[in-house]
Write a protein that binds this ligand. Sequence first.
Ligand code: UDP
Length: 466
Amino acid sequence: MTTPARQLHVVFLPFMASGHTIPMLDIVRLFAARDHVTSTVITTPYNAPNITKSLENCKTGTNSTISIHIIPFPSHEPESGLKDGIENLDQVTSQDLYSKFVFSAQLLKNPVQRFLEETRPHCLVAAFFFPFATDIAAKLGIPRLDFHGTGFFPKCAMAVVQQYQPHNSVLSDTEVFTLPNLPHQVKLTRLQMSGAGSADMARFIAVAAQAGMKSYGEIFNSFYELEPDYVQYYRNVLKRKCWPIGPVSLGNRGKTVSDSEHKCLEWLDSKESNSVIYVCFGSTTKFSVPQLKEIALALENSGKMFVWVVNKGKGEESEDEERIQSRGIIIRGWAPQVLILEHRAVGGFVTHCGWNSILEGISAGIPMVTWPVFAEQFYNEKLVTDILKIGVQVGSKKWNVMTEGTFLKSEEIEAALKRIMVGIEALEMRSRAKKLKDLAREAVERGGSSYRDLSSLIHELRSRQP
Ligand code: UDP
């Protein structure tokens, strides 16, 4: 007779920003789909309804449950410098508020610690932006798993930059340097480097990176077959414990579609396969009105149909957008991105290279135009274009928090669109992308590499229990 598995209690602390919360909730679902796992998600009042909705009807294993623990977000604390009511990075519109938001979130330390002391879980999975998690977990003698939300290649690239400082050996911000000691030759300029926006923020990122490295190990939304050289580099050279368990969007993410979303998908149903370009720059990036105008012109001149998600910071609908509506759909607000990307009519993706978007594009098997803006997006671009060779660079040259650093003309954008949609080069990229799509699906199926990695992580966490 086999001994019944012990109940495992895992607490998740997602960072309050769509691009961070979405994949962490996917991870919660993956844990909950296994047997004998109690999952608790810590969040704040403003964020709780979305999280509850997103986890509704989630398929759970035998004796597995999900609950939510709500603690107040400290935006009302005088030291936060935030307006009361700001509880999610998606609500933030400036670089200054971006830093204030990240720093205020650190005030969650005490309530999180109290909750852990009261409940004594077996593990804390905390976002990269909560460096305090490593210390409070250590105090309680439980492992903290770090979830940065990016891939192995960008993490390795950032690690070698930190270690060898190759940017200090060039004379100007535009001179190209090579990232040393990586399995591929990857080139970058100082202008594209993942800057942190401000000195305070740079210090914070360094502290968070250190706390991540000191944590028990790291969960990745990636899969071994996508970046095997870099999974090995992470394990063997950087000597880190890590579990690639993605693409997490291929798990049992909710698929309820609203009426307006339906309209977009219905419109796609009427289009030929691989004929439509999907354009979206993630949840926080907002381009200037003149830049939006150039995008509109490029879409018009490309002769292709499109679905364009316009997250405008400033300004009203431009004439250009109105004029080109006949050839596409413009979504202001939240698009059902995964459903759009996976629609057979969509044949190209213009992306800001957020890691989730990259993995969702790969899972859908479509070539990309890469338009990185900030965070680690310039590194992600290199993976797509130089290593995987499933995309082309639009020509973004300068890192800038949340908005374009390089102004791109419609001709440059149009040229990149054509390269992923028309001709031999496009066909070759599409065929490579389709192979990765198949590998992604195999990885998450029972017996696949990501499935097995999650099994071995859960097994390891259980076996640590006294
Ligand atoms: N997303 C979406 N609809 C939108 C914009 C974004 O579903 O209109 C989702 C997208 O599918 C992805 C996440 O939001 O899962 C964005 O994460 P990413 O890492 O790509 O970029 P970030 O928003 O963090 O810059």
